[in-house]
Design a protein around this ligand. Sequence first.
Ligand code: G3P
Length: 213
Amino acid sequence: MKLYLDTANVEEIRELSWLIDGVTTNPSLVAREKRPFHDVLREICAIVRGPVSAEAVALDREGMVREARELAKVAANVVVKIPLTVAGLQAVQVLSREEVRTNVTLVFSANQALLAAKCGATYVSPFVGRIDDAGGDGMALVEEILNVYGQYDFGTEVIVASVRHPGHVLQAALLGAHIATVPYGVLKKLFGHPLTDAGIAQFLKDWQRVPQS
Ligand code: G3P
C-alpha cells in the first residue's frame, strides 16, 4: 500500500519525504499555511516525486476544468482534486480525455465511487474518519468500493482519506486499499511501539557489561 501525507505543510513533507509516496492537500489544509496556493504547491511538488493532489474550488464544470488545467501546469506530478458532484464528474470526463489526472474527493458511497470510475477518475477518496464521526463505518465503505472495482477493469485507485488513527491505516492495508493518505501526527505514530523502546533500553544497559578491549 502506498502512503501519502495529508498535509500542505512543507516542513512536515520535507521531514517524511524519504518515506512517502505522495501528498494530498485540500483547501482547509492550504488555508493553515497562510501562503499563496501556487507557491505552496510548487514547493511541495519539488520535494515529492509522487502525485500531489491540489483541489479545484470552482463549482461549475467549465470553472473546474479551467482551474484544473492551470493547476496541472504547475508541475508534472499535480493531480487535481475534484468534488463528487454532477459538474465535478463532467469535469473529470473532460480532464480524463486530456490526460489530466484527477482525485475525486468527498466520496461517501460506493455508488459515487462507481460513477467516478466510469467517468475516468484516476483516484477516488472515501473519507473514512468523517463517516465514523457521523456514527457510520468508514472502512466498510472502503471494502465495498474495492469489491466493486474488483469486478471490473477501471484502473481507478482508492485513496483512504480522512484517516484519524493508526487503526485506519492497518485496516486499509488489510483490505488491500491502493493508498492511505495520513496526517503527519498519525504517520509518526506508526513508527512507535513501547516494546521497541523497552528493548533498546535493555540492550543498551546490557551492553555496558560487555568488557571493552
Ligand atoms: O484531504 C482530505 C481528507 O483527508 C480530510 O480529512 O480529517 O478533514 O476529515 P479530515
